[in-house]
Design a protein around this ligand. Structure first.
Ligand SMILES: O=P(O)(O)OC[C@H]1O[C@H](O[C@H]2O[C@H](CO)[C@@H](O)[C@H](O)[C@H]2O)[C@H](O)[C@@H](O)[C@@H]1O
Length: 279
């Protein structure tokens, strides 16, 4: 038997993906799997609207939902976007799928309605107005994504605009009292409401004994930290932080993770094999 490969005993760090999954496979009903969307389930595209999950990933996640306690999508995208892109997870038989959108400002379970954080709702008009002004004032090449309760200012296709777009976004956030979230070739402005991926994970883990979080961006590090904090206070809990590699935030995210997976496509293969081991 390998040193960390003891089924019920929590693997000690560092561990391999196989060791972590072996431990998980011993208690799937006590396991929550958290997934970020962009860069994890879906490869990155120039156009945010073109992002689509890797079919192999979606199929495996839907299959895993039948075995584990909970699957949770934790994304900066709105819940409606996630449902649209992941229709195989939005079916009545999968009541154990949670959609946390807009960094947790939106939440929906299974087939249920989407609940929006009430403190954020007064900011809807300000965000719409901000998106309009961004479209007028930012130079051609910047891409404005309006998400009802946040506005993302993208410069992926015009990286030379990074400084200008970031400066405009930070000045507007200051003027309007908004929060700023950095990301992969993007700066995002959102309401000053205390909600982030770390808080989502902290609250959603519940009494699970094992949780995995798959993320690629700096906002996902807070989710990793939430699993670390839980593990520190609960010796029976096992948290697995998985980075999905990328040339932008990859180094920072991998540095905070236990494991790194090469790409969304590689994640599909890993999850398909993991599912196979549960059947
Ligand atoms: O929390 P996530 O689900 O990871 O969302 C983070 C941001 O993802 C999207 O932007 C990123 O993906 C785009 C599509 O591949 C890409 O064009 C962009 O450069 C990336 O930053 C999304 O458009 C943003 O709103 C999210 O904040």
């Amino acid at each position: 038997m390998r040193p960390n490969d003891q089924g019920e005993t929590r693997p000690s760090r560092p561990f391999t993906a196989d060791q972590a999954w072996h431990h998980t496979a011993a208690s799937p009903a006590k396991t929550v799997l958290f997934f970020d969307f962009d860069g994890v389930l879906s490869p990155v595209e120039d156009d945010p609207n073109a992002a689509q999950p890797v079919p192999e990933v979606t199929a495996a996640v839907a299959g895993l939902a039948e075995h584990v306690r909970q699957i949770s999508l934790v994304s900066a995208r709105p819940v409606d976007f996630l449902r649209d892109r992941l229709p195989t997870l939005d079916i009545p038989t999968l009541e154990n799928v949670d959609f946390f959108g807009l960094y947790g400002l939106e939440h929906s379970r299974g087939h249920g309605e989407t609940i929006t954080e009430p403190d954020a709702l007064p900011f809807v008009p300000a965000m719409a107005e901000l998106a309009e002004r961004a479209r007028v004032e930012l130079p051609e090449g910047a891409l404005v994504e309006y998400k009802r309760l946040s506005v993302a200012l993208h410069y992926r296709t015009s990286p030379h605009l990074a400084q200008q777009v970031e400066a405009w976004g930070r000045a507007e956030a200051e003027r309007l009292g908004l929060k700023v979230q950095g990301g992969r070739m993007v700066i995002e402005l959102k309401p000053p409401v205390d909600r982030d991926k770390g808080m989502v994970v902290r609250d959603a883990v519940g009494d699970a004994r094992i949780a995995w979080y798959f993320g690629d961006d700096v906002s996902d590090i807070k989710a990793f930290n939430a699993l670390r904090a839980r593990e520190a206070e609960d010796p029976g809990f096992f948290g697995v932080c998985v980075a999905v590699a990328n040339p932008e935030t990859g180094r920072e995210v991998a540095g905070a993770a236990d494991l790194t997976i090469d790409s969304p496509q590689a994640l599909g293969k890993f999850l398909a094999a993991a599912l196979q081991s549960l059947r």
